[in-house]
Design a protein around this ligand. Structure first.
Ligand code: CO
Length: 448
């Protein structure tokens, strides 16, 4: 009996987010949407993450319109999106009514699967989004954000997975955003999860450190149900393993994907031209190659180059090595958060301030908020030194679910938009405004 691996194709979202600064336009997708639909993928990841922001900010596109367009051409394959839990697509927590409405409208406009994650793996931050997803009739995929620390053993992930199952997750994703998940570690983790968890497991890994394809293959050997890959032009480097190569690898085995690799080549050819055009049009750096150093520093690849650039711009380029040593210290002091948006930026800016001004001489608001519990539970306790610096005398961090303290926001957003001249804004426009206020207003000025 065969047990086909299901493929989640990411070319419409993470593929170009990883390699082309999320600049792919709807018009670049249109010519091959029907072919993608026919190829036999389990799902197309098509929305969420940075695509929403980039549509409005740089492409003068309505992200909701993009979703409806994709849906109208992709009739059979599931459409998947990525959601930052209570942060939706932004960088801080929203009220429950905004999260619920966002999820509802996403499903109504065409989404079938919502992958929900929280940077700290605080499952309380996933609860509202997961419930709304299920209420809307879509698949709620709970996420284990992968990182390496003394507080992230396989048993910790299995415990987290049980929490997600108890919350009603329909499937679980192991999300390895920086390519830290080593092949044998992946084999062991998937094996441990498959032993106790009875819903499908999906592995999402990146090739940043050069291990991606090996990691995915070991996931397959361990019995993983679904894997994320990208068609060749948008694969490898900081993106995912290549779809065609994996389909070919599994041909004739008991994990054969059932996809005809020959049908993928013309689609890949199309995206090859798209990529060349995007690099030229938006003057993007050509990201190729492998960066095994992320394994030592556990810092996302894109972030290393950003930090180096920022330091150079501030005239302290010589602090780069000190910064690389400071990052793990700050991460430890903050309770070992996985480094993913927004925690990666927060740890990065604190570490930068430390090497320039002295350790914790300056503390950004976001770091204070983490210490105050406003982002949720950190994986490990926060260091006493940092707590002493941030908490005022007698002040205690909050221990409840952070969003419990945020009153409803939808009516306020609707009113704000009306005051700015858009009294009849659609719910989708209100949600765009709630997510990225200034950017959305600029977009409305040009398009409404
Ligand atoms: Co990713």
């Amino acid at each position: 009996m065969t047990n086909p691996v299901k493929i989640v194709e990411t070319v419409l979202r993470d593929g170009h987010q990883s390699l082309c600064a999320t600049r792919m336009r709807t018009s670049d997708m249109l010519p091959v949407l029907e072919d993608l639909d026919k190829a036999g993928f389990y799902a197309l990841e098509a929305w969420g993450g940075a695509t929403f922001d980039t549509c409005l900010r740089f492409l003068n596109e309505d992200p909701w319109e993009r979703l409806r367009t994709i849906r109208s051409h992709v009739k059979n394959t599931k459409l998947q999106m990525l959601l930052r839990g209570q942060n939706i697509l932004g960088y801080s927590n929203y009220a429950d009514d905004v999260v619920t409405e966002f999820v509802k409208r996403s499903v109504a406009n065409g989404i079938d699967i919502i992958r929900v994650f929280d940077a700290f793996n605080d499952t309380r931050n996933l609860r509202t989004a997961m419930k709304a997803t299920k209420d809307a009739g879509a698949e709620a995929q709970g996420t284990l954000v992968y990182t390496i620390s003394p507080y992230h053993k396989d048993s910790d992930y299995v415990r987290l997975a049980h929490e997600l199952v108890d919350m009603g997750a329909d499937s679980i994703c192991i999300k390895d955003m920086s390519g830290l998940l080593a092949p044998y570690a992946c084999y062991n983790l998937v094996t441990a999860l498959k032993k106790e968890i009875n819903i499908p497991i999906n592995v999402h890994s990146h090739c940043t450190s050069g291990m991606g394809a090996m990691t995915i293959l070991k996931a397959v050997e361990a019995g993983v149900d679904r894997v994320d890959t990208a068609l060749s032009p948008f694969a490898e480097s900081t993106s995912h393993p290549c779809t065609e190569s994996l389909v070919y690898t599994l041909q004739g085995t008991e994990r054969d994907t059932g996809i005809d690799v020959n049908a993928l080549y013309p689609i890949a050819d199309h995206f090859k031209h798209v990529k060349e055009d995007l690099i030229k049009t938006f003057n993007l750096p050509n990201t190729s190659g492998v960066n095994p150093q992320v394994l030592s520093f556990q810092i996302p690849g894109g972030m290393l180059s950003n930090l180096r650039k920022q330091l150079a711009e501030m005239g302290v380029g010589d602090k780069y090595d000190a910064l690389l040593k400071e990052m793990p210290i700050v991460r430890k002091d903050l309770g070992y958060p996985p480094l993913v948006t927004p925690s990666s930026q927060i740890v990065g800016s604190q570490a930068t301030m430390n090497v320039i001004f002295g350790r914790y001489k300056m503390i950004p608001k976001e770091v204070k908020d983490i210490v105050l519990g406003k982002y949720g539970r950190t994986p490990a306790p926060i260091s006493d030194e940092l707590k002493e610096k941030v908490l005022k005398k007698g002040q205690e961090p909050i221990t409840c679910r952070p969003a419990d303290l945020i009153p409803p926001q939808m009516d306020k957003m609707r009113q704000e938009l009306a005051d700015k001249g858009y009294p009849n804004a659609s719910v989708e426009d209100v949600l765009s405004y709630a997510s990225f206020p200034e950017v959305a207003l600029e977009f409305f000025k040009k398009n409404r």
